[in-house]
Design a protein around this ligand. Structure first.
Ligand code: NAD
Length: 362
């Protein structure tokens, strides 16, 4: 029987519409192969929404997202809206979307593709075979804890304050996402904290350890964040899935992603307890190359693959899309951002055609 999924498309700004068109084309092909029907609905976010409605996240967009099974987002932002006050900028649309959908878990894979190994700044023998998933808590910790602000003391000196805070339930729910993700991967989870200094991290470690008893098939380890940063650069292959809080995750997920060396290749997923998750590339709207047919659509396509895997549990379809990406790289096609000598330089549209060709052959 044909399965039906409602997907909200948020192309956004800059290269967003160009790379989204590629993702929609390949999803439709994969859908036909695996008896899946995608009901796409497009909505406005970011600068495009500001221009049309005056708001970066119109309520109609949030409603559409809430009524769908998943949200596929491209990117927002651009020079045109840079001078607006913070709460009216395109980025506010993104934060509003995460808050509005209760997305507390951010999943960022960092995988070295053999075809792009030279893009990494690290030695080949260090990064070869790296395949890491960083699960970052997204709506708590020091980015949201109170009190926060810049306060004047009695002596007239100013003090800047932020508060790192996690409750047991917040730790448990991100922990569950991470254990489940580890189960879908190689069954290893490393929890990162700073429990030798921070009380909040002691609670974190206690809760994750307790939760681990429910997942005896997942091998759980713990690292202090400073050591984790060092190990990521020294011996990244030791990691499978990493779980950590908002601040540590922000830094470590960028470090892990950069092991791969190519921003145009990195997908991500943000998930809540229930309802639609948001699947999007890690990169921004690349206004410097927008409208020039130079964008790399592969991170967007890999985000669509994550949607198939994590939102719909369509493993075979996700594998098919990921294999098509590997195949175009294997055949030597490269957009400018991942170009290396001897390869075939193509634009976004030609990369799309190559993907479609690969899907026909897989
Ligand atoms: P960016 O990721 O847009 O671009 C950084 C560099 O990488 C640029 O040289 C760009 O051309 C290149 N690049 C990025 N994605 C590419 C792709 N798919 N193919 C080829 N080249 C690619 O980051 P930035 O320049 O710091 O930000 C530009 C705008 O994007 C800003 O308005 C920023 O706020 C926004 N932004 C949005 C998101 C998001 O939507 N999630 C994330 C980051 C930045």
């Amino acid at each position: 029987m044909t399965k039906n999924y409602r997907v909200t498309l948020l192309p956004g700004d800059g290269i967003g519409p160009e790379i989204m068109a590629v993702a929609v084309d390949v999803l439709n092909i994969v859908g036909k192969k695996f008896d899946i029907n995608f009901e796409f609905q497009e909505a406005l976010i970011g600068g495009a929404a500001i221009d049309a409605t005056g708001e970066p996240l119109p309520s109609a967009t949030l409603d559409t997202c809430r009524n769908s099974d998943a949200v596929l987002l491209a990117a927002i932002g651009g020079y045109k809206w840079d001078s607006l006050p913070n709460h009216q900028r395109p980025e506010a649309g993104l934060l509003g979307l995460r808050a509005g959908l209760g997305l507390f878990a951010n999943l960022r894979p960092a995988q070295i593709l053999p075809q792009l190994i030279d893009a990494s700044t690290l030695k080949k023998e260090v990064v070869e075979g790296v395949d890491i998933m960083v699960v970052r808590e997204l709506t708590g910790g020091i980015y949201f804890g109170k009190p926060r602000g810049i306060f004047e003391t009695e002596t007239g000196e100013r003090r800047g304050v932020n508060t790192m805070v996690y409750s047991e339930s917040e730790i448990e729910r991100i922990g569950r996402v991470a254990f489940e993700a580890a189960r879908k991967r190689r069954g290893k989870l490393c929890s990162v904290d700073k429990s030798n200094v921070l009380d909040v991290s002691q609670l974190w470690r206690e809760c994750i350890t307790k939760l681990g008893k429910e997942y005896p098939d997942v091998e759980l380890t713990h690292l202090y964040v400073d050591n984790a940063a060092m190990q990521l650069l020294r011996a990244p292959k030791q990691f499978d899935t990493i779980v950590t809080g908002n601040l540590f995750g922000d830094i470590l997920s960028d470090a892990a992603a950069m092991l791969t060396g190519s921003i145009g290749m990195l997908p991500s997923a943000s998930l809540g307890a229930t309802g639609a998750g948001v699947f999007e590339p890690v990169h921004g709207s690349a206004p410097d190359i927008a409208g020039q047919d130079k964008a790399n659509p592969l991170a967007q396509v890999l985000s669509a693959a994550m949607m198939l895997r994590y939102a719909f549990n369509e493993k075979a379809a996700a594998d098919c899309l990921e294999n098509a990406v590997l195949d175009v790289l294997q055949r030597g096609y490269r957009t400018g951002d991942i170009m290396s000598p001897g390869m075939d330089l193509v634009g976004c549209r030609a990369m799309s055609a190559a993907l479609i060709n690969s899907l026909g052959g897989i």
